[in-house]
Design a protein around this ligand. Structure first.
Ligand code: HEC
Length: 210
């Protein structure tokens, strides 16, 4: 009876001493390998580079999307520094263009069966995660509802800048946000982002109408 008890206490002490974490590393490497092997090696290079994590993603993975305050602040500061603005400095565009972009879910699809042809309009696909204008009833709820965004938050310069920055690089505000970083990844141009800002903030936009 005594021997097994001693053995299990010893095992627990070894685990506490960090032997468990040594075992975790090869498992993570194996998982990464399995994940990558799901993609064909002859894929175009720019498809494969999407599998590489940048520093923010790496830190978020390391901390399971919940980094300690210091790391969180470090990520957000670095992401904030990536934000670029339109040359004319105007951060609010045309809500009608923004309305179209918000609803477009195409562009940039990879895969051999039905990849998007080069040059196909890239949309924001905002309804995948947010409620916006009332006429679109099929919306996801991963993100908060943005219905009446401008009505509730106003349309001052600070709000306009916040929305521009958020859409450009969402992780500048929420270190491990799962909202895509549309500007950072050149998914949307700065000009397209200004149209989305108008869609959310302009009092005439359907987002802010009843
Ligand atoms: C994959 C899901 C996803 C997509 C797609 C997405 N978002 Fe988000 N969004 C989120 C989440 C989640 C949040 C909540 C805060 C956070 O985690 O960043 C958020 C927050 C926001 C906020 C801040 C809201 C507030 O109350 O301050 C704005 C503005 C926003 N999104 C705009 C957009 C726009 C515009 C688009 C389309 C171009 C878009 N989002 C696409 C997930 C998404």
């Amino acid at each position: 009876m005594k021997q097994p008890l001693i053995a299990s206490v010893l095992a627990a002490l070894l685990a506490l001493a960090g032997f468990g974490s040594h075992a975790a590393e090869p498992i993570a490497a194996q998982a990464e390998q399995v994940f990558r092997s799901g993609f064909r090696a002859d894929n175009p290079k720019y498809w494969m580079t999407r599998l590489d994590q940048d520093e923010a993603m790496r830190l978020c993975s390391q901390h399971k999307d919940s980094p300690p305050p210091k790391v969180r602040a470090q990520i957000e500061k670095a992401q904030q520094a990536t934000i670029r603005y339109p040359v004319d400095g105007k951060l609010i565009g045309d809500w009608k263009e923004g309305e179209k972009l918000a609803a477009v879910g195409t562009g940039g699809h990879i895969g051999f069966i039905q990849p998007d042809p080069p040059g196909r309009l890239r949309g924001g696909n905002c309804y995948a995660c947010h409620q916006l204008a009332p006429k679109e009833v099929a919306f996801g709820t991963i993100g908060p509802s943005l219905r009446h965004f401008g009505k509730l938050r106003g349309s001052g310069d600070d709000v306009i800048k916040y929305v521009y920055d958020k859409v450009y690089n969402s992780n500048a505000f929420t270190a491990c946000s799962n909202m895509p970083r549309f500007g950072l990844h050149n998914w949307l141009t700065p000009e397209q982002i200004t149209h989305l800002v108008a869609f959310l903030v302009d009092p005439a936009s359907p987002v802010n109408q009843d």
